[in-house]
Write a protein that binds this ligand. Structure first.
Ligand code: HSE
Length: 417
């Protein structure tokens, strides 16, 4: 089959856009070239010929010669306008805008159906790791039991620098910004928004669930305290921001993005700095671990490049779990085991825990480890207020049917019954 010549209109020339420009120059075999780059600030000095740039988006969107629009800008509203217009104008689109995709997934699904144009966004989640295409293709028929991942490079970078190199939070964040990992508004990383955005559309590819990020229980690393790291070290755990989903016995999916204690034998404990990692557990293949750089110029550009390359053979997502299987729904009907540290008991609703396995109340900073219904995390906010820090225990999900049995065992062990 003759390779299709791809003429690209690029939106954005920041960390990713410039990375793509350089990577494409080194990949002449791809038969893809950038015709125009649309930018917001024409005054900025850039490492590319001046006549490549324009500030007029329509000169790309209405150019019949341009058959691929690549959109790597920061503003999610503008990104959605660009993507939807490009698709309607008959162009294939490649995007890295995770927030835009998460917020508009249903409209983007409809647009793909209506326009029959491919819309690819491998770079939007886990950058260099081909997680979307794997979920789409490889785990098409194999029953996906669970998926857990580190999907935000900046928070993983900050946690690594704080706990292994003793940098303070601010220094670590500044370094993440200088290296181009962090969002231009870094609270999107630190407070978990970026991770939950990525997780919501990964859930579509994993389980066919259409989920708005606002429906997923999440927080970031902003509440983690130095004392939490001390407890983690005593127990030989690391602290990671983990996005997790698991198919439960009731046929629904448990999903969240929360800090978690990670055991040394867990694959995610190998994931340091700006790297991302994904552990998939499926019926036939058992556990598989994907590992790679989750942020930064070239790792992200490599995923965009791979999508551009896939357009040559007319690849598109089929959303098989959504359209060809029975899509799964999220549920809050399960329990989680969590560590909670706090300054004052009055901020902790002890009665909401099914049982508490361990507590340390003697020092200024107190903590407990207990089991509570997940629905309470969804409904209440005490666990992210008043200097309270919640970190899930390793293997935190407890199915409702297991709760009574486990409670009895834990009370026996504690000598209470
Ligand atoms: N700020 C994001 C991160 C960039 O740190 O993961 C890659 O999506």
């Amino acid at each position: 089959m003759a390779q299709k010549q791809l003429i690209i209109g690029l939106f954005g020339f920041g960390v990713v856009g410039e990375g793509l420009y350089k990577v494409l120059q080194q990949t002449p075999s791809l038969k893809a070239s950038i015709k125009k780059v649309c930018i917001k600030h024409p005054g900025k000095k850039r490492n590319a010929p001046v006549d490549l740039f324009t500030t007029d988006k329509d000169s790309i969107l209405n150019d019949p010669e341009i058959n691929v629009v690549v959109e790597v800008i920061d503003d999610s509203n503008a990104a959605f306008q660009i993507v939807s217009t490009a698709l309607r104008n008959g162009k294939a689109v490649v995007s890295a805008s995770k927030k835009m995709i998460a917020e508009h997934i249903q409209e983007l699904l409809d647009l793909q159906k209506d326009t029959h144009q491919p819309f690819l966004y491998e770079a939007a989640a886990c950058a260099s790791i081909p997680v979307i295409r794997n979920l789409e293709e490889y785990y098409d028929n194999d029953l996906l039991h669970s998926i857990k991942a580190i999907v935000n490079g900046s928070t993983n970078f900050i946690l690594t620098k704080m706990f292994e190199e003793k940098l303070d939070f601010k220094q670590a964040l500044i370094l993440a910004q200088q290296l181009g990992f962090a969002e231009s508004n870094p609270s999107l990383d630190v407070e978990g928004y970026d991770a939950v955005n990525k997780w919501s559309f990964l859930l579509t590819h994993a389980y066919g669930a259409i989920v708005h990020p606002g429906e997923v229980v999440f927080t970031g690393i902003q509440h983690i305290q130095a004392g939490d790291a001390v407890v983690a070290r005593e127990k030989n755990y690391q602290i990671k921001l983990v996005a997790q989903a698991q198919k439960l016995l009731n046929g629904k999916v448990a999903a969240f993005v929360l800090p978690q204690f990670v055991k040394p034998e867990d694959h995610l404990s190998f994931v340091k700095n700006e790297y991302n990692g994904v552990v998939i557990e499926s019926g036939f293949a058992d556990k598989q671990f994907f590992y790679g750089k989750g942020a930064g110029s070239f790792p992200t550009a490599s995923a965009v490049l791979s999508d551009i390359s896939a357009l040559r053979y007319e690849y598109r997502y089929e959303y098989k779990k959504l359209y060809h299987h029975t899509p799964l729904e999220l549920t809050a009907d399960f329990h989680v085991k969590a560590y909670v540290s706090f300054d004052e008991w009055k901020h902790i609703p002890k009665e909401e825990f099914n049982w508490i396995e361990e507590w340390h109340a003697e020092s200024e900073r107190k903590y407990l480890i207990g089991v509570l219904p997940f629905s309470l995390l969804q409904q209440r906010t005490w666990w992210k207020e008043n200097n309270v820090s919640l970190i899930l225990a390793p293997d935190p999900i407890i199915e409702d049917v297991e709760v009574r049995q486990l409670k009895k065992k834990s009370l026996e062990l504690a000598g209470i019954i």
